[in-house]
Design a protein around this ligand. Structure first.
Ligand code: CP
Length: 316
């Protein structure tokens, strides 16, 4: 079993309930991972993913090895048949096979480069490990998805569930750097699995996500209208998908403010973090009692622990 995408979740509501059980007693399966090793490979920086996934593995009694490829590993070649006379020192074929001898599960973070859409959509790094590793792979945020984050988001929304069918809004917000679409993509895919929620995506014209992911999810270009009667506001920046990787809008009118939150049904505010204060969201909103961003980050441990537990139950 691999965990690469929200599509790997066969029954979201059951997974959320299972994660909540783990949260109540996180050390219950302390022996499950005895003598098993999780290898965590980072091709990009992290705070939450690194620490929560490591904590999840430790809760299961696993050993953990972490490697930062940005400054510690050899530069890898992912193309087959090339003459390796440029920057890359090692081919993914050897690297993945070698790491598989040291680890029982390999978890990978490898963001979109935001230069070559085709290459990003092909998930070059994740696909290379999936092809050549001989152990299960966990996606700790790839080029197009962040499924551990979205599972944690589903757990957090369940903990704050409303007595009525909730309205959930994914809103774009401005950011000074070009960011990947991965978090927004997985959030959309997770919401498409929610049976009893109304879901709206709001963003400026031209900031449409990959239509193969959004499918028939509702898009509302008027942010104020989208916020009306919302129960959850999930803010995230992403760079332009059509003009790939470009920032074509930095309109501060899209920042989530107290005035905008006043349009909602006393909505909870969500963000995956790290967040740029007073760009994505004002201090007033993120510091308010309706902000559940710290709880979201806490639930990263239980989403990771559920995934590792499911994989360990499959590993002989
Ligand atoms: N949300 C999230 O993945 O945080 P990090 O980038 O800090 O891991």
């Amino acid at each position: 079993m691999n965990y690469i995408s929200i599509k790997n979740i066969d029954n979201l509501s059951q997974w959320v309930q299972d994660a909540l059980k783990i949260k109540k007693n996180p050390l219950k399966n302390k022996k499950l991972g005895k003598n098993k090793t999780l290898g965590m490979l980072f091709f990009n920086p992290s705070l939450r993913t690194r620490l929560s996934t490591q904590k999840a593995a430790l809760n299961l009694g696993m050993n953990v090895m972490v490697m930062n490829f940005t400054n510690e590993g050899w530069t890898l070649e992912f193309e087959d048949g090339v003459i390796m006379n440029q920057g890359a020192s090692e081919h993914i074929k050897e690297a993945a096979e070698v790491i598989s001898q040291y680890c029982d599960i390999i978890a990978i973070r490898a963001f979109a480069g935001l230069i070559d859409k085709e290459k990003d959509n092909a998930e070059t790094v994740m696909a290379g490990f999936l092809k050549h590793a001989t152990v299960p792979i966990v996606n700790m945020e790839g080029a197009t998805g962040h499924p551990l984050q979205s599972l944690a988001d589903a757990i957090t929304m369940e903990e704050h569930k409303t007595p009525h069918r909730p309205k959930v809004v994914l809103t774009w917000a401005p950011h000074p750097k070009a960011l990947p679409q991965a978090v927004a993509n997985s959030f959309v895919e997770m919401m498409q699995k929610q049976e009893n929620m109304d879901f709206v995506i709001t963003h400026p014209q031209g900031y449409e996500l990959n239509p193969e992911i959004t499918k028939d999810s509702k898009i509302e270009y008027d942010q104020d209208k989208a916020f009306e009667n919302a129960d959850f506001i999930y803010a995230k920046n992403w760079s332009n998908y059509n003009e790939y990787g470009q920032i074509t809008n930095a309109d501060s009118n899209w920042t989530v403010t107290a005035e905008k939150m006043a349009l909602t049904n006393n909505a909870k505010f969500m963000h995956c973090l790290p967040v740029r204060r007073n760009m994505i969201v004002t201090d007033e909103v993120i510091d308010s009692e309706n902000s559940i961003v710290i709880e979201q980050a806490n639930n990263r441990t239980y989403s990771a622990q559920l995934v590792l537990q499911k994989i360990l139950n499959n590993v002989k």
